[in-house]
Design a binder for this molecule. Structure first.
Ligand code: ADP
Ligand code: MG
Length: 261
């Protein structure tokens, strides 16, 4: 049975996609069978895994509309195989933005992804869902399909406030749609220990959320930001970079923790 995680935060640009692709690569490197699901119509996780979002024949859009299965639509990019970090990608592109409207009148519209993933559950150890920066029908599909939520966050001034909104959303989905859903952990990303404010927010996080804060901290690292333009996760593009090493450590922490929050 695959463990299914949403990488979510309603803010944009906080490191969701970077976390998803690098965690996928890290898990693959240590022998886990991984499926990455891109639920963001921007398709950044798709491109950042080496899949051309414009050339895809089938995508998560077809899966949500039930015109394709996950097995038919997911691909393992060659470059990831060559690098020893092979994970499968169920990609997204702009077409996905239309799914929102097309699903409105459909039955079980927020459970489409859950139903589709149930068919491949025995084929993967981890399914990682990269969510868009909103609480849309797409994100709801992600939260309905998952058992755990991983929240990447920058240690900035309003971080705690934004977190309250997200934890409320998780509570509501838990109460109304998905009894299995729980917050697994908060991942500090783009961290710069020289910045006093970041240290302070990090300390606040730990005092509020305790063990829900992952031990691993992802530093700000330019190699992680450069990698997407090569169509690779940072961890594959430059495995020795500090940020890559941190994501490998995070992958190990995720294997050790699993769904225990
Ligand atoms: P989101 O998916 O939440 O919108 P991204 O993962 O796309 O966020 O990250 C936003 C930007 O920050 C991207 O340009 C990305 O390359 C960069 N970035 C993310 N994490 C790091 C990091 N640890 N160090 C440096 N740059 C980062
Ligand atoms: Mg993103």
């Amino acid at each position: 049975m695959a463990q299914i995680f949403c990488i979510a935060n309603q803010k944009g640009g906080v490191g969701k996609t970077t976390t998803t692709v690098n965690l996928a690569a890290g898990l693959a490197k240590i022998g886990q069978r991984v499926l990455l699901v891109d639920l963001d119509p921007q398709g950044n996780a798709t491109m950042g895994s080496g899949v051309d979002k414009r050339a895809m024949e089938l995508s998560v859009y077809d899966v949500l509309l039930e015109s394709a299965t996950v097995a038919e639509a997911a691909v393992i990019p060659e470059k990831l195989k060559e690098a020893g970090a092979p994970y499968a990608v169920l990609g997204a592109n702009r077409e996905l933005a239309g799914a929102e409207v097309e699903l409105v009148a459909e039955e079980r519209r927020e459970r489409r992804l859950k139903d589709a993933l149930a068919q491949v559950s025995s084929e993967y150890d981890f399914v990682l869902i990269d969510c868009p920066p909103s609480l849309s029908m797409l994100t709801l599909n992600g939260l309905c399909a998952a058992q755990g939520v991983v929240v990447p966050m920058q240690c900035e001034y309003f971080a705690l406030e934004g977190l309250a909104d997200l934890t409320n959303t998780i509570k509501q989905v838990h109460a109304n749609l998905n009894r299995d859903l729980r917050l697994i952990g908060l991942l500090r990303v783009m961290f710069d220990p020289r910045i006093t404010l970041q240290q302070q927010v990090s300390d606040q996080l730990k005092s509020h959320y305790g063990s829900k804060v992952f031990d691993t901290v992802i530093p700000r690292n330019v190699r992680l930001a450069e990698a997407p333009s090569y169509g690779l996760p940072g961890l594959v593009f430059d495995p020795s970079a500090k940020g890559s090493q941190a994501f490998l450590a995070f992958a190990k922490e995720m294997v050790a923790r699993g769904l225990q929050g």
